[in-house]
Design a protein around this ligand. Structure first.
Ligand code: AP5
Length: 203
């Protein structure tokens, strides 16, 4: 069975962490607008480069992101979509291009989100994500090369949370009203959260 899963949640809710596990478990594509945009930060578009929006914690204009998602989904047999849609216009665009089997919302308190994001570090060689408190590597060579994402500084994190409240919470409300949304408490270990999601996808 193909799986078309949409994972929603605030910045730092664990979308990237859980999407990676879901993609491995079900052999589906992990489609993430954040990673796609980071890989194309300096791409020239009619609106400028994605970099200027991302470093300010703002949304990259819809036409740029819609195109990325359309291309990625048309190539995928099954997918877990992470970081999109982030506003109601993107949600409408998504409903025009695909159907979904599950819409999962990871619910996490604001102060936990800030701690998770400001403590996040990335290994530039492998792309692996760590956390200074919850998931710190034993290997010193790895520790020394870890970097912090530019938009994970506390001020930008708070701006991203505001953009989320204003633009993305209405998307969550939209799916809730349609009766499609499954809400999961995202404040547990990554393994426990994963089990909760799997229980929803395979009841
Ligand atoms: P994007 O990359 O999508 O970032 P985000 O949505 O803000 O979410 P994050 O990736 O920061 O968090 P996450 O939920 O994946 O958390 P993670 O699993 O890493 O977007 C970045 C920017 O790109 C946007 O600001 C915007 O400019 C642009 N953009 C992207 N999509 C766009 C769109 N559709 N339209 C317009 N613009 C767009 O976890 C965080 C940390 O917590 C990690 O360190 C992890 O190890 C740790 N952690 C995770 N789970 C747990 C747990 N259960 N317990 C303890 N620690 C945990």
């Amino acid at each position: 069975m193909s799986h078309r899963i949409l994972l929603l949640g605030a910045p730092g809710a664990g979308k990237g962490t859980q999407s990676k596990k879901l993609a491995e478990e079900y052999g589906i594509d992990h489609v993430t607008t954040g990673d796609a945009l980071r890989a194309n930060k300096d791409m020239e578009t009619e609106f400028g480069t994605p970099r200027s929006f991302m470093e300010a914690g703002e949304l990259v204009p819809d036409p740029v992101v819609n195109e990325i998602v359309k291309t990625a989904l048309s190539d995928a047999d099954g997918f877990v979509l992470d970081g999109y849609p982030r506003n109601l216009d993107q949600a409408e665009y998504l409903s025009d291009i695909t159907d979904l089997d599950a819409v999962v919302f990871l619910d996490v308190d604001d102060e936990v989100l800030v701690d998770r994001l400001t403590g996040r570090r990335m290994d530039p060689e492998t792309g692996e994500i760590y956390h200074v408190d919850f998931d710190w590597p034993d290997d010193e060579t790895i520790r020394e090369r870890l970097v912090q994402r530019e938009d994970d500084q506390e001020d930008t994190v708070r701006d991203r949370l505001e953009v989320y409240r204003e633009n993305t919470e209405p998307v969550i409300e939209h799916f809730r009203q349609e009766g499609d949304l499954v809400e999961i408490d995202g404040e547990a270990t990554p393994e426990e959260v994963f089990d909760r999601i799997r229980d929803v996808i395979e009841p």
